[in-house]
Design a protein around this ligand. Structure first.
Ligand code: 5GP
Ligand code: ZN
Length: 142
C-alpha cells in the first residue's frame, strides 16, 4: 500500500534495522525500543490486522515467529523472557495499521515494559461466562 509506513520499510524506501527477512516476513527493530532488542515482525503483504489473515498467511507468518524470537533471546544473555504482543484496532493501541507482532525481550520484572491485567476473576458469574462462551463459539469460522 502506497502510503503505509511499514510497506515503505518492506520496499526499503524507509531504512530499518532489519534482523531477518524472507519472501513472507520482515523483522526489524522497533524505532522506540520498549526494551533493548524490541523487534517487530510483519507480513510483507499489507494487511491491517489479525482480523484480515487467512489461514495460509497466518500459518506462514506465525511459523516464523519462534525462530526470530529465539534469535532475539540469543542476542543477549540478560534476556530472561519475552512478551509477544499484537495490537488490533485503535482501541487496542494499534497505531500502525499494517499488522505486526511486537517481540519484547524481558530482562527483569521491573524493566521498562509493563502489562497490567485487573483481577476480574470474581466479576463474572458462571452464567455470564457461559453466555459469553456461546456468543463467541457460534461465530467460529465466520
Ligand atoms: P502499535 O502501537 O501499532 O502496536 O505499534 C507500532 C510500532 O511501530 C510502535 O512501537 C512504533 O514505535 C513503531 N514504529 C512506528 N514508526 C516506525 C518506523 O518508521 N520505523 C520503525 N522501525 N518502527 C516504527
Ligand atoms: Zn502496509
Amino acid at each position: 500500500m502506497k502510503d503505509c509506513i511499514f510497506c515503505k520499510i518492506v520496499r526499503n524506501e524507509i531504512p530499518s534495522y532489519t534482523v531477518y527477512e524472507d519472501d513472507i516476513v520482515k523483522a526489524f527493530l522497533d524505532i522506540s525500543q520498549g526494551t533493548p532488542g524490541h523487534t517487530l515482525v510483519i507480513p510483507k503483504k499489507h494487511i491491517a490486522n489479525i482480523f484480515d489473515y487467512d489461514e495460509e498467511l497466518a500459518s506462514e507468518v506465525f511459523a516464523r515467529i519462534p525462530k526470530i524470537a529465539r534469535a532475539v533471546k540469543a542476542s543477549n544473555p540478560d534476556i530472561k523472557g519475552m512478551n509477544i504482543l499484537n495490537n488490533n484496532g485503535q482501541v487496542a493501541y494499534q497505531s500502525v495499521f499494517h499488522s505486526h507482532f511486537h517481540l519484547i525481550p524481558r530482562y527483569t520484572n521491573n524493566d521498562d515494559f509493563k502489562m497490567i491485567f485487573k483481577d476480574n476473576s470474581k466479576k463474572y458469574s458462571p452464567d455470564q461466562l457461559k453466555a459469553i462462551q456461546e456468543s463467541i463459539e457460534k461465530h467460529i469460522g465466520d
